[in-house]
Design a protein around this ligand. Structure first.
Ligand code: ADP
Ligand code: ADP
Ligand code: MG
Length: 501
């Protein structure tokens, strides 16, 4: 066991802040690294020390393994936390960190290597009785053979990059006629995005749910699960809204999935925090998709329903401490919802947007947690993930948590960049969401760019009326005729409100 006294966070944005905060509460000193584009970022100020590691592109800064380790050694750091994205699932970085005599806050390099490759992961868990999506268990080398497999599985099928992640590297093939073309695209995408051309076939499960299990394991072989997160609201195969617990699972299925997840972790001698992702069909049959060997974007919903701090647990595990609780000590309390606030335009295919946050005032009040990495006046850089932050809401029941999320979205003041707030509000009020019958097809089936041009809610009408009232008063005091900009002023507010809630 060795106590961590100084931690370097090899990341940026909200997750860097998130980790720094837990470290400080544990009395651990922190070192932030940053690129030239992030000089003014809050994580640079919040950490005890901060070092610029290179120019804006991630390949020249946040992905520079040796540079980051060198900074750690120079500043007398004893552990590195990789956050999510960037180097977090890079086995070589974990190994280099360990070789430099530092602790890596994450699983072993071998567990990362095994689970970071979807095919290897499937091979590793075979023999543990984990249900898998039907498909090929080796990279496709022979196209004709692959076509035969596709035919026997039955179309539609999915071609997936074995090294894929972040929703990238997936191609749906509806019928045999498309196979060759889609295969070619998949291989070249896999090569260019992940530097690994290996692809495989999976049956495309129609209208499933994505439900994942959070696990925690210590270095003494104890592994527990922290229940599930429902993550079916996705665009581009990537999550935008998550909640815990899932309103669909029965206690029996929850327990079975939990056990399966623990077995997946056992299959690679896992320690640290990890997530086992499953796809679930209407009959609540579940199939293993992949394991993410890191802290996940949506981890806060699990923290809120279990009362645990996952970053602190990660740090304690890295120090060699044993888990201080068992499975029986864990219980689900209440309900948590997370919405991801992305700088994206929901009315234009969720295309990333950049610009300046001319106004940025997150909501406050009971049950609200905002994990973000930006402040009013800051620019959203083009170089990184377009996530501005996450709004996480807690209440005693799902219904109350949904109401609270809507209240919080309505309070959120955000302008300057297109964003997903109004889209998330649309989700919160949709009958398929409130009834919990939604699937990963939700956006495709129910969302249309015009969905956001709804009537204003009562609150919004009151806000608009109040604004116009004040404005008219001001005009009267000034005793001036109504300027031509009058219409624009109220119109811009109108636009703002419809855009943001
Ligand atoms: P999560 O998996 O935590 O639910 P995401 O799918 O949004 O959330 O991924 C988290 C972050 O990691 C995102 O910034 C995403 O772009 C990035 N990411 C995940 N896996 C990979 C990968 N294999 N290659 C590149 N980026 C990845
Ligand atoms: P990534 O590494 O990019 O996160 P995943 O395997 O976790 O890749 O899949 C991401 C998403 O793609 C899932 O949440 C789901 O919505 C969809 N998906 C993946 N595999 C299948 C499948 N076999 N059938 C239907 N949808 C799938
Ligand atoms: Mg995934």
């Amino acid at each position: 066991m060795s106590k961590i006294k100084k931690l370097l966070i090899a990341n940026r944005g909200e997750i860097s802040l998130r980790i720094i905060r837990s470290a400080h509460e544990m009395g651990i000193q922190t070192v932030a690294v940053f690129s030239e584009a992030d000089r003014l970022a809050p994580h640079v100020r919040l950490a005890n020390e901060a070092v610029c590691i290179g120019p804006a592109p991630a390949s020249l800064s946040y992905l520079m393994m040796d540079r980051i380790i060198q900074v750690a050694l120079e500043l007398g750091v004893d552990a590195i936390h990789p956050g999510y994205g960037f180097l977090s699932e890079n086995a070589l970085f974990a190994q280099k960190t360990i070789d430099a005599g530092l602790l890596f806050v994450g699983p072993s390099p071998s567990a990362i290597a095994t689970m970071g490759d979807k095919l290897r992961a499937k091979q590793a868990v075979s023999g543990y009785g984990i249900p898998l999506v039907p498909g090929t268990d080796e990279p496709i080398r022979d196209i004709e053979k692959a076509k035969q497999v596709a035919l026997s599985i039955g179309y539609p099928i999915l071609i997936k990059a074995s090294a894929g992640g972040g929703g990238k590297g997936m191609r749906i093939v509806e019928h045999a006629g498309e196979f060759d073309a889609q295969m070619k695209r998949a291989v070249s995408e896999a090569e260019s995005a992940f530097g690994d051309p290996a692809v495989f076939i999976e049956k495309y499960i129609s209208s499933p749910k994505h439900i994942e299990i959070q696990i925690l394991g210590d270095q003494h072989g104890q592994i527990v699960h922290l229940f599930e997160r429902e993550c079916s609201i996705q665009r581009r195969h990537q999550k935008v809204v998550e909640e815990a617990p899932s309103a669909t699972l029965t206690e029996t299925v929850r327990q079975k999935m939990g056990e399966a997840a623990v077995n997946v972790a056992k299959a690679c001698n896992y320690y640290g925090a990890g997530t086992v992702e499953f796809i679930v069909d209407k009959e609540l049959n579940f199939y293993f998709l992949e394991m993410n060997t890191r802290l996940q974007v949506e981890h806060p919903v699990t923290e809120l329903i279990t009362g645990l701090d996952l970053v602190k647990e990660q740090i304690r595990i890295a120090e060699g401490q044993a888990l201080s609780f068992t499975q029986n000590d864990l219980q689900i309390q209440g309900h948590a919802i997370e919405i991801r606030v992305y700088a994206e335009d929901p009315q234009n295919n969720f295309l990333p947007d950049t610009g300046t946050l001319t106004r940025y005032r997150p909501p406050l009040g009971p049950g609200i947690r905002v994990d973000d990495g930006f402040e009013e006046g800051m620019d959203i850089p083009v170089y990184y993930d377009p996530m501005i932050g996450k709004l996480i809401v807690y209440d005693v029941s799902r219904e109350k948590a949904i109401r609270r999320t809507i209240r919080a979205i309505d309070e959120f003041q955000l302008s300057g960049v297109k964003n997903t707030l109004a889209f998330c509000r649309f989700v919160m009020t949709h009958p398929e969401f409130t009834s919990a019958s939604f699937t990963t097809k939700f956006v495709e089936d129910h969302f249309h760019p015009t969905s956001l041009n709804q009537e204003l809610s009562e609150t919004e009408k009151l806000a608009v009326a109040a604004f116009i009232g004040t404005w008219l008063d001001e005009q009267r005091t000034a005793a001036l005729p109504l300027p031509a900009s009058a219409g624009n002023k109220s119109k811009s507010l109108w636009k703002n409100r419809t855009k943001h809630g």
